[in-house]
Design a protein around this ligand. Structure first.
Ligand code: SAM
Ligand code: SF4
Length: 375
């Protein structure tokens, strides 16, 4: 259901503790990526930053977490980042902030940017490495080499970041298990605090999707399962906890922001294409940064309208998100589906655990299909 209010915030929004900020710029567009992003244009980006600070001005929050994603937040210039950070410092009460993450690309991290972020309270960086194999990085259209990714990681540590994530992808066209193991080993050698390991998905409206449709690239579910199991083994042996299907953390380094999201907490999304959910109300900002800037700087909302979630939709989302995590779902959420529960337990995909159900390693690889049976 979509109503016509198109409002970005309301009274309940003031109690929201988690903020997502979408920065829609990238130095280069990767052929597999379906997130809303455009080639960075310094002149337009300045106006966009002004609009973002204007959107922030409409809310008064005391966030626990802030997550700058994209796109590539570090594709902004140092001056633009300084302008945004000043805006956030001035307009939000950051006294209870626990985690402030910035996504970064090895091609656009610099010592000055790293120091600026650190000095302004950003305490977690998620570095998009994808692979430590130069051939695969080329196939992925990345703007950096494996060595540059290592150098960026060292630079971020040197700047004082004690909480660093590395994003990696497996199931890439032509990738062998040995190549993936080598990437995981090189990632571990950097001693990151968190690793996100995503299975490549062929997203609609991307070049990779077309190449897949033409038969140039093939999906191989069995190979993907092998990559997944090997990741779980290697990272588990290195002391990482597999706390969500695609996420591994050293003890104490699980992402507070993502945990809140997976647990169904309310969140506000700022920036073009960003989604907000407060109670049963959900809205999305317009997915065009020029229109976004025009609206905000003209005193209008960037929202495309409200959707009112039904309790049933909320329940389905909670099952789908929580099942992906190592805390699973309360047993009572599925007590109306005893046959499915029994079948998944019998197949070794799900385990009862203290009034909850959690997925086994095999179950996690099939998390979305298991969730689909309950919703
Ligand atoms: C929103 S991107 C931002 C990261 C940053 N722009 C970069 O690429 O360096 C977050 C992560 O999503 C993952 N990702 C993007 N497209 C994907 C796809 N089609 N399949 C699987 N993972 C994907 C990548 O690992 C990427 O680092
Ligand atoms: S993967 Fe990252 S750098 Fe590449 S296009 Fe997507 S957001 Fe931009």
């Amino acid at each position: 259901m979509v109503d016509s209010m198109g409002q970005g915030t309301n009274d309940n929004s003031a109690a929201v503790r988690h903020i997502y900020v979408h920065i829609p710029f990238c130095a280069r567009i990767c052929p597999y990526c379906a997130f809303y992003k455009e080639r960075a244009d310094p002149a337009q980006a300045k106006r966009f930053c002004e609009a973002l600070v204007a959107e922030l001005g409409a809310i008064a929050l005391r966030p626990k977490t802030i997550f700058f994603g994209g796109g590539t937040p570090t594709a902004l210039t140092t001056d633009q980042l300084a302008f945004l950070l000043d805006g956030f410092q001035a307009q939000l009460d950051l006294s209870e902030l626990e985690e402030w993450t910035f996504e970064a690309n090895p091609g656009s991290v610099s010592g000055r940017k790293a120091q600026l972020l650190r000095a302004n309270g950003v305490n977690r960086i998620s570095l998009g490495v994808q692979s430590f194999d130069d051939g695969l990085l080329q196939l992925l259209g990345r703007e950096h080499s494996a060595a540059q990714a290592e150098a960026s990681f060292a630079l971020l540590r040197g700047a004082g970041f004690g909480n660093l994530n590395v994003d990696l992808m497996f199931g890439l066209p032509g990738q062998t298990l040995a190549q993936w193991e080598a990437t995981l080993q090189r990632a571990l050698a950097l001693k990151p605090d968190h690793i996100s390991a995503y299975c490549l998905t062929y997203e609609e409206d991307t070049e990779f999707f077309l190449r897949h449709a033409r038969g140039e690239f093939r999906t191989d579910a069995e190979a993907d399962a092998d990559f997944f199991v090997r990741t779980d083994e290697l990272l588990g042996n290195a002391g990482f906890e597999h706390y969500e299907v695609s996420n591994y953390a050293r003890p104490g380094f699980e992402s507070v922001h993502n945990r809140a999201y997976w647990s169904g907490s309310d969140y506000l999304g700022l920036g073009p294409s960003a989604v907000s959910t407060v109670g049963l109300r959900r809205w999305q900002n317009v997915s065009d940064y020029r229109v976004y800037a025009e609206r905000l700087l003209g005193g209008e909302s960037a929202s495309t309208g409200n959707e009112i979630l039904t309790p049933g939709m909320k329940r389905s989302e909670s099952i789908a998100l929580s099942l992906r995590t190592n805390w699973g779902i309360p047993a009572e959420w599925v007590d109306d589906r005893p046959n499915e529960v029994e079948e998944f337990v019998r197949l070794g995909l799900m385990l009862p655990q203290a009034e909850r159900y959690v997925l086994t390693r095999e179950g996690r690889f099939l998390a979305d299909s298991v969730a689909a049976a309950f919703i």
